[in-house]
Design a protein around this ligand. Structure first.
Ligand code: ZN
Length: 434
């Protein structure tokens, strides 16, 4: 099912024309109304009128998270405060959060983008949609809420971290769709048994999960546990909140709402565009937002764009699911490596992610990456030597092929990796002298 047929299946040529028109209008607006953009456009010697194609966009300066922090709270707003009808912020666990302002029109677009996501997952006005995100300053709760109302679903704003209440609401109110983080969904699935509720007692059919990176393995685990079909979605508060990209029924990549956001993928080091299929940092430009428009915003999220058309008929380009953060990236022998790729491999081989650490060393000018993995506690060390060898070799084989470099895999006794920093393991130890 497609919610906005006019835009979701628009011929590429028309879509790109629409993007350019909307981009130009946005560039003019931010130049006039946001001191930061006037300054950086002038400084990089670029005028809005010179950006006539999507390729020209490369001349525009990037916007970073630090730029947004420095504008705290309202300096990036492009409309007078009287036109702002809603304020949200990033969760901002360290330092000041980033503050976003929405106009009435922004909220209406946001709701229609969420309506697209829900509709693509097969959710209709017959569904009971339970939203298990916090309703507060952050964007996910309210974002999904208004989109679900827009398609006429019965919305259950079950914004409680209390898993038992969450499950009772789910069972008694006959929830058919769960909207939450994948981690929370897994938590619900594993609490079912504990609370004596059989999955058959629930009416759940669909789950929409996002707001944190997750893997295909986690998807199957959640689907098995809750007996549902799970869909991924992607968004970030700075750009709008949830509603930036979503999975259709094919579930192979996420369609980007390109009539509202222009996506690019760049090398996080050189900031040069990556080639087709190459992973890099996602960069978004908003082209319809009034309150808080952003030009070439560096998300820190790692993904790649999929150029092939999707069998579902949507012409909106897809992105691969986010596979990590640029902050976690390490470069080994010129190859970008993310701890999330290692976790994916361990999950595939072992079914769970054991405690591990990546240790980097340089010997004779060559980088060596060693993966140190703790043997799960239920396998006594020294027991079943053959099994352990098999495990080690399988991990190495999968890892080498996933990363494209040769890794050394070392098995350690349970609880032998240092947890002195607050029980948490440092994932990467870089002993190279760079
Ligand atoms: Zn599709």
């Amino acid at each position: 099912m497609i919610y906005s047929r006019e835009f979701e299946v628009m011929p590429r040529e028309d879509l790109e024309q629409l993007q350019i028109e909307r981009l130009q209008a946005t560039l003019n607006r931010v130049y006039r109304n946001v001191a930061f953009y006037k300054h950086v456009f002038d400084e990089s010697n670029v005028a809005a009128s010179e950006i006539r194609s999507l390729d020209d966009m490369r001349r525009l300066p990037f916007t970073s998270k630090d730029d947004l922090r420095r504008s705290y709270p309202y300096d990036m707003f492009a409309v007078p405060l009287r036109d702002v009808v809603r304020i949200h912020t990033t969760s901002g666990t360290t330092g000041k959060p980033i503050v976003m302002g929405y106009t009435k029109n922004d909220l209406s677009i946001w709701a229609s983008l969420i309506a697209r996501i829900l509709t693509a997952a097969g959710i209709t006005n017959n569904d009971f949609v339970q939203i298990a995100f916090p309703y507060g300053l952050t964007t996910a709760g309210f974002g999904f809420h208004y989109g679900a109302e827009k398609i006429g679903a019965s919305v259950i704003p079950a914004s409680t971290p209390d898993i038992q209440r969450q499950l009772l609401v789910m069972r008694d109110y006959k929830t058919t769709s769960l909207v939450s983080t994948p981690g929370y969904a897994l938590h619900i699935a594993s609490s079912l048994e504990e609370l004596g509720i059989h999955p058959e007692e629930l009416n759940l059919k669909t789950g929409l999960f996002g707001a944190e990176p997750w893997s295909e393995n986690l998807r199957s685990e959640i689907e098995r546990g809750l007996r549902i079909r799970a869909f991924d979605n992607y968004g970030l508060s700075e750009i709008i909140g949830p509603g930036v990209a979503f999975e259709c029924d094919e579930r192979s990549g996420l369609h980007i709402n390109e009539d509202h956001f222009i996506a690019e993928v760049v090398d996080p080091e050189s900031l040069e565009p990556m080639g087709p299929g190459e992973r890099g940092e996602l960069v978004f430009t908003t082209i319809t937002k009034q309150g808080f428009p952003l030009i070439r915003y560096r998300t820190g999220d790692i993904s790649t764009l999929i150029e092939e058309p999707c069998p579902c008929g949507r012409t909106l380009r897809r992105m691969e699911r986010v596979s990590g953060r640029t902050d976690d990236m390490i470069i080994v022998e010129g190859i970008n490596v993310f701890p999330s790729q290692v976790e994916e491999v361990l999950l595939q081989v072992e079914g769970t992610v054991p405690h591990y650490q990546l240790v980097l060393q340089r010997s004779a000018g060559i980088d060596v990456m060693e993966l140190q993995v703790e043997i799960p506690e239920n396998v006594p060390f020294g027991d079943e030597v053959k099994r352990l060898q098999d495990f080690q070799q399988t991990v190495k084989r999968h890892l080498d092929s996933a990363l494209g470099i040769s890794t050394r895999v070392v098995l350690l006794e349970p609880r032998s990796i240092d947890r002195s920093t607050g029980g948490k393991i440092r994932r990467v130890i870089d002993r190279r002298e760079l």
